[in-house]
Design a protein around this ligand. Structure first.
Ligand code: EAX
Length: 331
């Protein structure tokens, strides 16, 4: 009798010890190729999580849409069939409308302003809305300021965008933004974009230097014009179903890794952006700077779109967003 009881206790102990030591496997899917900060950040994050959990959590990174488009991966996280991804806030805006404010055209003046807003109370409040949607947001990463590239002509004046078939993200604000500038907006996943540009199904697209380079758009687009029309942040997401199964120490390790990976991802994005202009010119692109006057004219033309999406994101969120930018500007 005594022996039997002891055996049960011993079995129970070894079972829980096993559970604690069990390796947890997870998948991190990105939409962009290995050379883009989104994927570089994902790999750094995976490395840090593994180190901080002493090999207990192993994350495998699948880049360049191997697991699907940003929208598909976001849905897979909600359903619990994929664990990590880092889509644009424009993709998330389809789920939580307040994320849409980040992409409002000509809002941020610098990356530092974006950091201050996204890392401050405003960004935290945005992330706090995700668990109700089956997602946990760990941090904001950088995609960067978006510029227009096309195969027809340099964009010197605001009117030069008119008539171009421009691929946009699958997000109403971006569709209306380019519609508002007189272009023909064609929404599609970034993973399909190279082929669409190559076959001339579309003339143009808009993305930061880092995406133009990583996706080799220089092979199929001649002109890059620095419209800088919107700043784009990525959100580092975990599936809530996965997150809730992690122990408190594992959650802490993942959060710490996210913080470190964020610093690395942003720094990488900024270093690349500084270097890639020269590199893209060398690869044959013709790059022109859009003057501050023309950017102001674009902004003017977009006033109705800005008003529509400011209201669409919710007056309160928009007010807090613009107040957070003002605050960042003072520092
Ligand atoms: O999610 O779709 C895009 O153009 C985005 O810049 C990119 O994929 C990041």
């Amino acid at each position: 009798m005594k022996f039997w009881k002891l055996a049960v206790v011993a079995a129970a102990l070894s079972a829980s010890a096993l559970a604690g030591a069990q390796e947890i496997k997870a998948r991190f899917g990105t939409s962009l190729p290995d050379s883009h900060p989104q994927t570089l950040g994902a790999r750094k994050f995976a490395e840090l999580v593994e180190a901080k959990t002493k090999g207990h959590i192993k994350i495998t990174v699948y880049s360049a849409g191997q697991l699907g488009s940003d929208m598909q991966m976001q849905a897979a996280l909600q359903g619990g069939t994929q664990e990590f991804t880092a889509p644009s806030t424009a993709t998330l805006a389809g789920l939580v409308k307040e994320f849409g404010v980040i992409g409002l055209p000509f809002s941020f003046a610098s990356e530092q302003e974006a950091d201050a807003v996204l890392d401050g109370p405003f960004g935290k409040k945005l992330l706090a809305q995700l668990p109700a949607r089956g997602l946990v947001g760990l941090a904001f990463w950088e995609n960067g300021f978006r510029n227009v590239t096309n195969s027809k002509r340099p964009i010197v004046r605001a009117e030069d965008i008119a008539g171009l078939k421009v691929r946009t993200m699958q997000n109403n604000l971006y569709i209306d933004m380019f519609g508002g500038l007189g272009a023909n907006a064609v929404p599609m996943a970034v993973t399909e974009l190279f082929t669409a540009l190559e076959s001339r199904a579309v003339d143009a697209q808009e993305n930061p230097y880092t995406v133009v380079y990583a996706q080799k758009f220089y092979d199929v687009q001649k002109y890059l014009s620095t419209t800088g029309h919107a700043y784009d942040a990525l959100t580092l997401l975990v599936s809530r179903k996965f997150w809730d199964r992690l122990s408190a120490p594992d959650q802490k390790a993942v959060q710490d890794a996210a913080l470190e990976a964020t610093a690395y991802e942003r720094q990488t994005s900024r270093e690349l952006n500084a270097r890639l202009r020269g590199e893209l010119t060398r690869l044959g692109m013709q790059i022109n700077d859009v003057s501050p006057q023309e950017r102001a004219r674009m902004r003017e033309k977009l006033q109705p779109v800005i008003a529509k999406y400011t209201a669409g994101a919710g007056e309160e969120a928009a007010k807090e967003f613009f107040a957070a930018i003002e605050q960042a500007r003072k520092h």
